[in-house]
Design a protein around this ligand. Structure first.
Ligand code: AP5
Ligand code: MG
Length: 388
């Protein structure tokens, strides 16, 4: 998501620049002033409550503002981001904004402040008064609005300056030139969107077959903790020596080991667009660890895809692999296969629940041709990308 707030006194050009920004970035528009005016026009209870306050140039209550904003956010769940115009207007509203965006798993990218001298503001608004029909475009009310801005709204600038998200722009001059400066700031400061996907499924569900190709197709870096571990074992490294007995018996290796391996991959791919994690996290503890690992890099998980396969089919595939040249030590006897399936049920299934609660859980049927399963997974990744 790209979330921007346009800041500045009445008449600074917030509404004017908003139109251009909406066209460029296709964002959801939240202009609390416009929303209040349309509530008034409809004669709704909300509008009635706000009418006299707006006409006098004061600020309406924070409760009322939250109500109208939530209404818009709720009806735009697939939004690419939000452009806020005229909100937050008080420090309390800045906290409210943080909370609202946190609920969407997001945050504000930048606050852009349009700076215009008072005399010009008054001239602009008096000129606009001729056509705007706004009850608050009269000299007396404009003065009250400017005073409200000085007293209550300006402190919001400090709130975002402390977070390094506050960017003043000269609001005097050609509308297109001002717009260009705004766009430059946005491009420089927008958060990079990472795509981080977890692929889970029973042993034998085909995670390894699909993971690498999926990562290539979606321009992501593939992290298979299993494959990384096998390399360590083959090379007889320190990690490999510790991990080998666990792997040979189909057990989950101690958490420090996959963490170290994942950290190495993330660190050696500083320009990645994101990662596909295959077979990790395998336990609830590892799910928390992954959250922590991603958080440290200012990333989060985008979604988890379960590859569903009936147990009998999984057993069949694993015993077939045991007879092929791709056989793993832990494919070789039925006890080990059963053990791994049991571990999956006991330790990994709860991870699915964890992501379900966060609405990050997706699932596909891992049966049919490899191509068919690949297409299903690919579609899910597209769906995850759209839902962010
Ligand atoms: P709101 O509607 O947000 O009004 P405002 O902040 O006073 O700002 P304006 O809409 O008047 O100005 P603007 O910056 O959008 O400038 P514009 O682009 O139109 O709020 C109204 C009221 O609602 C508040 O007073 C309050 O009561 C209530 N309210 C709203 N949100 C609230 C909240 N969060 N909490 C509590 N209460 C809330 O430009 C102005 C004019 O200048 C236009 O005619 C334009 O054509 C012209 N212009 C623009 N750019 C240029 C330029 N570069 N050069 C020359 N002219 C220009
Ligand atoms: Mg406006």
């Amino acid at each position: 998501m790209l979330n921007i707030a346009l800041f500045g006194p009445p008449g600074a050009g917030k509404g004017t620049q908003s139109e251009k920004l909406l066209e460029k970035y296709s964002l959801t528009y939240i202009s609390t002033g416009d929303m209040l005016r349309s509530e008034i026009a409809e004669g709704s209870p909300l509008g009635m409550e706000a009418k006299s306050i707006i006409a006098s140039g004061g600020l309406v209550s924070d409760e009322l503002i939250v109500k109208i904003i939530e209404k818009t956010i709720r009806t735009n769940t697939n939004s690419k981001g939000i452009l806020f115009d005229g909100f937050p207007r008080t420090t309390v509203q800045a906290y409210i904004l943080e909370g609202l965006l946190l609920k969407l798993n997001s945050s504000l990218d930048c606050m852009i402040s349009l700076e215009v001298p008072e005399k010009e503001l008054i001239d602009r608004l008096l000129l606009r008064a001729k056509t705007s029909g706004r009850s608050d475009d009269t000299l007396d009310v404009i003065k009250v609005r400017l005073k409200e801005y000085e007293d209550k709204t300006k402190p919001v600038a400090d709130f975002y300056a402390k977070k390094n998200k506050y960017f003043p722009v000269n609001g005097v001059g050609e509308i297109d030139d001002i717009f260009e400066n705004i766009v430059e700031i946005i491009q420089k400061n927008r958060k990079k969107e990472f795509t981080n996907i977890v692929i889970l499924g029973k042993p034998g569900s085909g995670k390894g077959t699909q993971g690498k190709f999926l990562a290539d197709k979606h321009n992501l870096v593939y992290i298979s903790t299993g494959a990384l571990l096998r390399v360590e074992v083959e090379n007889n490294t320190e990690i490999g020596i510790i991990a080998k007995p666990y792997m040979d018996t189909g057990q989950i290796v101690p958490d420090e080991i996959p963490i170290k391996l994942i950290e190495q991959v993330i660190e050696s791919n500083p320009h990645a667009n994101g990662f596909i994690f295959k077979g990790f996290p395998r336990t609830m503890v590892q799910a928390y660890i992954l959250d922590g690992l991603l958080q440290r890099e200012d990333m989060r998980l985008s979604g988890m895809i379960e590859m569903k396969l009936p147990t009998l089919k999984a057993v069949k595939r694993l015993s077939e692999r045991a007879r092929s040249d791709r056989a793993r030590p832990y494919d070789l006897n039925t006890d080990l296969i059963v053990n791994r399936l049991e571990q999956y049920r006991e330790k990994t299934l709860p991870v699915n629940e964890y992501y379900k609660k966060q609405e990050k859980f997706y699932s596909i049927k891992a049966e049919g041709s490899e191509k068919k399963v690949f297409d299903l997974l690919s579609e899910k990744i597209e769906e995850i990308l759209r839902s962010r």
